[in-house]
Design a protein around this ligand. Structure first.
Ligand code: GZL
Length: 341
C-alpha cells in the first residue's frame, strides 16, 4: 500500500442532470478526494479513475457504478476525474494519480491511441493500470494489466442481424434499404467496433446502401444536428443506426421536426446502442425500434480484478461483460421493472 495523501474537497461536481427529453440518468455528486491533507491508512486501497466525461446516460450510469463500488466501506479511497471528453484532461489526471502514488489507475480511454507515454510512466512508478470500457492501443501489452468491457464488434453484428430479420419479417428483402449512421466519438473503441460489426452484415446485403456516416460524438445535441443534415441531404432514409441511445433521442427529435415519422409504425427505422432505461421507454412510446445493450456496470468487474491482484492472483488480460438486445416485440414494461439500468 503506497502512502497516498488525500484531501477531501467537495469541489463542485454537481449532479449532471441531463436537460431535455430522452436522457434521464443523473450523475450523483461525489466527494472529490485529492491533494495532500490526510494520510490514508494501509487498510485502504487508493484507486485513481480517469473517466471519459459525462456525455451520455450510459456514461453517468458507468460513473455511478464506480462511485457505488469504490467506497470506504468496501475498503477503497476513489480519486475520480471527469475528462470532459478531452484526452489531454485524462492524461493530466493520470499524471496526477502517479504523483499521488495511488495503488491502481483505472482508465476509460476516450480514444484508442496516444497513451503509450503515460502508461510507461505508470509502469515506471509501479502502478498497475486497468482499462475499463474503451481500449487503448499500446506498443507493449505489458503497459496495462487488463481490459474489461463490451464486445463492440459483436454489438454491431447483432444490430445488423436484427435489421436483416426485421426487414425479412416485413417482406422487404428485395427493395433498396437506404441507411445512415450517427457514429460515436471518432476513434473510440465503441465507435470502431460498432461501425465494423454492423459493416460486416451490411456487406452481406446487396440491397442495403449506407448513404452516410457522421459523428454525433455520443451526445443528444450533436445527434440531432447531424440527423437534421442527413434529412436535408438524403430523400428517402429507411434506417438510422445510432451508436448510442442519446444520439437516437436527438435523431428522433430531428425526424419529428422534419415532419417525418419513425419507429415500428413510422417510415424510418431507428436502432441504437446502450439500451439504457430511457431507450426502452422511447421504444414503448413507439419512437425507437430496437436497442442493443452495452452493460455500464463495470465497477463490480474492476473491483473483482483489483481484489484478485491484491491477493497476488493472475487476472485475464481481456474480460467481456454479458449483453443482449431489446425490441418492441418484447414485454418492455416487465423488462424495465427487473433491470438495474
Ligand atoms: C460504450 C461507451 C460509449 C457508450 C456511449 O462502452 O464507451 O460511450 O455507448 C458513451 O453512450 O458515451
Amino acid at each position: 500500500m503506497k502512502k497516498a495523501y488525500i484531501m477531501l474537497c467537495m469541489a463542485g461536481c454537481a449532479a449532471g442532470i441531463l436537460a431535455g427529453c430522452g436522457g434521464k440518468i443523473e450523475q450523483t455528486a461525489e466527494p472529490f478526494l485529492y491533494g495532500d491533507l490526510t494520510e490514508v491508512g494501509d487498510e485502504y486501497v487508493v484507486v485513481g479513475f480517469a473517466q471519459v466525461g459525462s456525455e451520455s446516460d450510459w456514461r453517468r450510469a458507468n460513473t455511478n457504478s464506480f462511485n457505488e463500488t469504490f467506497t470506504e466501506e468496501n475498503g477503497y479511497y476513489l480519486l475520480y476525474e471527469d475528462g470532459q471528453q478531452k484526452q489531454e484532461n485524462q492524461l493530466k489526471a493520470m499524471r496526477n494519480f502517479i504523483l499521488q502514488e495511488v495503488d491502481y489507475i483505472v482508465l476509460d480511454p476516450i480514444v484508442e491511441t496516444g497513451w503509450d507515454g503515460v502508461l510507461e510512466e505508470a509502469k515506471d512508478a509501479g502502478i498497475p493500470v486497468i482499462l475499463s470500457d474503451r481500449y487503448a492501443e499500446t506498443a507493449d501489452a505489458s503497459l496495462y494489466t487488463c481490459w474489461v468491457g463490451s464486445d463492440f464488434e459483436e454489438e454491431g453484428r447483432r444490430a445488423g442481424e436484427w435489421l436483416a430479420m426485421y426487414l425479412e419479417n416485413r417482406g422487404r428483402t428485395r427493395e433498396e434499404i437506404r441507411i445512415v449512421t450517427l457514429q460515436g466519438t471518432p476513434g473510440s473503441t465503441a465507435q470502431l467496433g460498432r461501425t465494423e460489426g454492423f459493416g460486416q452484415i451490411l456487406e452481406q446485403h446487396g440491397n442495403w446502401t449506407m448513404l452516410d456516416r457522421q459523428s454525433g460524438d455520443f451526445t443528444q445535441a450533436k445527434g440531432e444536428e447531424v440527423m437534421e443534415q442527413f434529412l436535408e441531404d438524403y430523400e428517402d432514409i429507411d434506417v438510422v443506426v445510432c451508436e448510442n441511445d442519446n444520439m437516437a433521442f436527438g435523431a428522433v427529435e430531428a425526424i419529428r421536426k422534419a415532419g417525418r415519422t419513425c419507429g415500428p409504425d413510422g417510415d424510418i427505422i431507428v436502432i441504437c446502442f446502450d439500451a439504457m432505461e430511457a431507450a426502452l421507454e422511447a421504444m414503448m412510446r413507439g419512437e425507437i425500434n430496437a436497442a442493443f445493450e452495452c452493460n455500464p456496470l463495470l465497477g463490480p468487474e474492476v473491483d473483482e480484478i483489483i481484489q484478485a491482484l491484491e491477493r497476488g492472483e493472475p487476472v485475464e488480460k481481456t474480460r467481456y461483460v454479458e449483453e443482449t438486445y431489446y425490441d418492441t416485440s418484447m414485454d418492455l414494461e416487465t423488462i424495465l421493472e427487473n433491470r438495474a439500468y
